[in-house]
Structures are given as C-alpha cells and as structure tokens.
Design a protein around this ligand. Sequence first.
Ligand SMILES: Cc1cc2nc3c(=O)[nH]c(=O)nc-3n(C[C@H](O)[C@H](O)[C@H](O)COP(=O)(O)O)c2cc1C
Length: 220
Amino acid sequence: MDAIECIVTRASVRKFRTDPVPAEEIREIVRAAQWSPSFKNCQPWQVLAVSGSRKEELTTMLFGFLDQNVAPTPDLPTPREWPEPQNSRIKDMMTKRSVLAGIDLNAPESVLRSKKANFRFYGAPCGLFLMHDASLGPWSILDAGMFAQSLMLAAHARGLATVPQAFLTDYAQQIKEFFKLPATTRILLGFSLGYAADAPDEMPPRPERVPLEEVLSFVE
Ligand SMILES: Cc1cc2nc3c(=O)[nH]c(=O)nc-3n(C[C@H](O)[C@H](O)[C@H](O)COP(=O)(O)O)c2cc1C
C-alpha cells in the first residue's frame, strides 16, 4: 500500500477482535510516528499503552464515574458549541450514524451507552494515551496531532486498526492518578488499538468528505 492509499483507507474502527497486539508491534508503530515533524524538533509527545488487567480496571473505574454522574474534566476543554459549517457537518454525521445504529445517538441513554463503548475501548485489547507536559503551548498540540495521524497510519500499514477518542480524556485527572503520572501531564487523546473485527467491506460507511473546492483554493 502506498502513502496515499494508506491515508485514504485508514478508518476509525469501533469493533475489534480480542487478539492481543504484540508489544513489538506497538513499539514499531510508535517508532514510526516518532518521525513526525515537530516545531524545532522538540518532539513533545509521550505514549502510554495499557492492556490486560490494568485496562479492565481502568474501564471499571471510568464506568464508575459515569454511573455516579461525575462531571468530566478533560485537560483540553470540550467545545460547548461549534461554528458553521462545522456544526452542520457534525449533525449530519450524527444523524447518519443514528440511522445506521437504529437509535437516537443524542438521547441521554444513547450518549451513556456510547461513552461506555468508548471506555471499553470498543473491545480492543489495547488502549493508548497521547500526552505531553502541560507547560507546552498550542504549537505542541499541533505537533501531537501530526504524531497521532502518523501513529494511526503506521498501525493501518501494519494491519492494525485504531480510533482516536476524545472521550477517553474525559476523566484526565483520575486517569493520571490511576497511572501515577505527574499532575503536570496533559492527556491529549486516547485511542483503541487492535485488529478490526470486520473485513473492510463489512464496516460501516465512512463519513463523507466535503467537496475539494471547499477546502482548496489556488492563487496564481
Ligand atoms: C480529536 C479526535 C477526537 C475523536 N474522538 C472520538 C471519540 O471520542 N469517540 C469516537 O468513537 N470517535 C472519535 N473520533 C473519530 C471521529 O469521529 C472520526 O475520525 C471522524 O468521524 C471521521 O471518520 P474516519 O476517522 O473513519 O475518517 C475522534 C477523532 C478525532 C480526530
């Protein structure tokens, strides 16, 4: 698979087989992602991989917060509202996913079920957390975004599937305590990592992309 095909065919996967991901595979994809560009080569990223009983304990802890209605306090604030055209795109994606799932994804019980599916890492054997030190500024978040995409592309190239998950950062402080991470850590994004349960042609359709003309303009 060439680079373009890898970018275009990577998809967020939300149904995994339980087969474990060998540690060497995880090293391989993180080693590749380390070649992402960063501002002045400052490489502001750290990855924590969790699996086995610790992952199960983490899921149980996160379910507990949901059941007790603990307010989420992610390190990166969740947007309260979105401007246009992004808001319409999000609504469109949610409506299409609701139709596919046969449920109203905006209903409170569906939101709870969806958060639990996220906290279960969609059944994947491995969870990843992308982090950096909270003293770093916004450019480092941009760097981390590049790292995140490289990581997912490297995984895809090796036959592994991923989904990036903001929901996994909802209880950032408690997660830091769970892993005994320094309080100065900023948890940027979580991921599920594993082998896709379905063949590509059995997966739900990808959200569409906007027409190229809305994204690209040429000036001569
Ligand atoms: C920063 C970020 C946060 C996301 N958070 C979640 C999440 O919490 N749960 C989830 O299931 N998908 C999440 N996604 C996946 C998006 O829904 C997905 O990337 C988007 O719908 C496009 O689909 P594709 O990845 O298959 O191209 C997130 C993606 C990004 C980049």
